[in-house]
Write a protein that binds this ligand. Structure first.
Ligand SMILES: [Zn+2]
Length: 309
């Protein structure tokens, strides 16, 4: 097996590096351009546009959002937080392991099956000549004009998206789906939007129908639904990247297969208006304030106060 340590791609670059004999780090590297949209900014994309008159318009003509200027300090903090939130969440979530030993640390030593830590590195860039992999326009909306049905978006096809000044913080009930279980999920919207950049559709299908964000609690709780938890299959971009880093030279090499899984517990905070529910992953007999173990290693923690939203 020959290893390429560095790969370049249209959608992202990646780096595979041994940390020690039994440990590798695989880092997906993104250059993301953040564009500061002011009330005076003019632009036009497929979903939204602005004429510089202080408003953001949806291309469908039905929605207008009043913009506020960004403050310089707030903008610098926002760019830093954007990077931190993504690196800490998508980047410290998964490990890959192979079905058999594949790596020989030094000539003559026995092959090993190292743990591969899946990391993410975001470089925020300001200019198009820095060859960004993706571009987000960033708006600061006027609180009074924020419509319920507004959604940030990211289009991998166009390589661009739109996010708001609130999207690096946790938002309660980002999708106002009528939830028969009375549960409101917390989500940091940029983590969800970045999932689209990694190539994921919504958890229960393409599109923006309510059902696409999940029909079961476990789906809704996922980061590609309306929640904040990750599933093993969301390590897939690292699995694919890993395969590009290796040159398989013989039949044994061909039979090495990598699978990703969530590494460590996840905590999900949520609000439940009517806790006793047979379809809930928590057994109904569990007392209200106990943390219970849900699916996929997710710890569900019932909250005692309704979050602001
Ligand atoms: Zn989405």
């Amino acid at each position: 097996m020959t290893i390429h340590f560095s790969q370049r791609g249209n959608r992202w670059d990646s780096l595979l590096f041994p940390i020690e004999d039994n440990r590798f780090e695989l880092t997906l590297q993104f250059r993301i351009r953040l564009v500061r949209i002011e009330p005076t900014t003019q632009y036009n994309d497929t979903n939204t546009y602005a004429k510089g008159d202080g408003n953001l318009q949806y291309a469908d003509g039905h929605r207008t959002i009043k913009l506020e200027p960004w403050n310089d300090l707030e903008w610098e903090m926002y760019k830093r937080e954007f990077k931190n939130v993504l690196e800490r969440n998508w980047g410290e979530r998964f490990v890959l392991t192979a079905n058999k030993a594949w790596y020989t640390p030094r000539p003559g030593s026995a092959p090993v099956n190292p743990i591969i830590k899946c990391s993410l590195a975001i470089q925020v860039v300001d200019f198009v000549d820095q060859q960004p992999h993706f571009m987000f326009r960033c708006i600061h909306f006027h609180p009074a004009s924020y419509p319920d049905h507004f959604r940030s978006y990211a289009s991998t096809y166009y390589g661009l998206g739109l996010i708001t000044h609130e999207d690096v913080k946790i938002v309660w009930g980002p999708q106002r789906t009528v939830n028969p279980n009375g549960i409101i999920f917390g989500q940091i919207p940029v983590i969800h939007e970045f999932g689209h950049i990694l190539g994921f559709d919504h958890i229960n299908g393409d599109g923006n129908d309510e059902s696409a964000y999940g029909v079961t609690i476990d789906q809704q709780n996922n980061v590609m639904g309306m929640g904040y938890s990750f599933a093993d299959k969301q390590a897939e971009p690292w699995e694919r990247a890993m395969n590009r880093h290796l040159v398989r030279e013989n039949r044994y090499d061909q039979s090495v297969k990598f699978t990703g899984h969530v590494d460590g517990p996840q905590i999900t905070a949520y609000w439940d208006d009517n806790w006793v529910s047979a379809s809930d992953p928590a057994p109904a007999s569990v007392p209200i304030d106990d943390a219970v173990q849900g699916l996929a290693g997710v710890t569900w923690k019932h909250m005692t106060n309704l979050p602001n939203r």
